[in-house]
Design a protein around this ligand. Structure first.
Ligand code: AFP
Length: 332
């Protein structure tokens, strides 16, 4: 075999700054390990009926958990006792997740969506985990709500795991976006996509067009522009999986824009700001792109609650900025 095998552990270690104490590096390892455990479970999702593990109880007499609850529990238990975090917030839990008093607290904050796109599990379509990392606001105190309610701009790292045809972990700590593919034989994430950046020209737009009638005139006009009906044709094709991580990942590799606009009866759309939109907005900027809620950068929105929603347009800058101009035009 020629050349070095670049595992995620090696890559993270080699890329940490000289002054690093290892706390942040180890937090990334913890997340990578949680991702491997979740991948094992999601890969078996179609087998559980065959193997008789679904129903009220499994053969050990334990209650079966839904996969998203399982994923949430894995991440929480991987991170609660390490002394690296002072608080967490998860899509699966209502309030702030405090570090139990019996454990030392750390100086980082983890926000995560343990398993996004869970309605796709039963139909064997790709799903994903999304995460973002902040520094605690006050390093001396135990975790408080203000530690998690920070704008995406304050993130010091973010990433996602895609459980697809293969499992991939893609992350950034502010020095580019790097992708790793899980080698199932080795049980290791290996560097497969260094320095990812959005290609030009972009290939795709991704949006659930069945909601067209519920959008504002500006967003409707934007869709027509994406489709080449407004002149200045961006020459895009359409792809929509309905799994945010999978749609985002494809567009990161091929170029494009993913949209989940506000609707008449859903003024802030469907997606969560803190642990879905903001981490992906952080990644997309690192890959040379942009994310907006239609008015300005998603990274500048200061959350006022953990499960706050936001409209999202994310992808190549040239495509995303256009929606801001159409929305501004309609609001004149
Ligand atoms: P589920 O977890 O209910 O499958 O929702 C997934 C999701 O939050 C996100 O991953 C998709 O981009 C979006 O919803 C799809 O929503 P629509 O079905 O309304 O298009």
């Amino acid at each position: 075999m020629s050349g070095a095998v670049n595992t995620i552990e090696r890559f993270i270690l080699e890329n940490q700054p000289d002054y690093a104490r290892g706390e942040f590096t180890n937090l990334l390892y913890d997340i990578a390990l949680a991702a491997k455990l979740i991948a094992i479970k999601t890969n078996r999702a179609g087998l559980v009926n065959i193997l008789g593990e679904v129903g009220e109880d499994n053969i050990q007499g334990e209650k079966q958990q839904k996969l998203d609850v399982y994923a949430d529990d894995i991440i929480f238990r991987m991170c609660d006792h390490t002394g690296r975090l002072c608080a967490m917030a998860s899509e699966e839990r209502e309030g702030l997740i405090e570090i139990p008093d019996r454990f030392r607290k750390g100086s980082y904050v983890l926000v995560y969506d343990p398993l996004d796109g869970s309605s796709n599990i039963d139909v064997n379509v790709s799903i994903g985990t999304i995460f973002g990392i902040f520094r605690a606001v006050d390093w001396d105190l135990r975790g408080r709500l203000e530690d998690v309610l920070q704008p995406g701009r304050n993130m010091v790292g973010a990433g996602y795991v895609l459980y697809g045809a293969s499992t991939m972990l893609v992350y950034s700590t502010g020095m580019g976006v790097h992708g790793f593919t899980l080698n199932p034989e080795l049980g290791e994430f290996l560097l497969s996509h260094p320095n990812m950046s959005l290609p030009e020209p972009p290939a795709y737009y991704s949006v659930n067009t069945s909601y067209y009638r519920r959008w504002s005139p500006g967003v409707q006009k934007y869709l027509r522009w994406l489709q080449g009906q407004e002149g200045d044709d961006p020459q895009l094709s359409s792809r929509y999986i309905g799994s945010l991580v999978a749609d985002f990942h494809r567009n990161l590799l091929r170029g494009g824009v993913f949209c989940y606009p506000s609707e008449m009866n859903k003024p802030n759309g469907k997606l969560r700001l803190l642990y879905e939109a903001a981490p992906l907005a952080y990644l997309v900027e690192q890959a040379g792109g942009y994310a907006t809620d239609g008015h300005g950068s998603v990274l500048d929105i200061v959350p006022t609650s953990i499960h706050q929603l936001t409209p999202l347009f994310i992808g190549n800058r040239s495509l995303v900025e256009r929606v801001e101009s159409y929305v501004a035009e309609e609001e004149k």
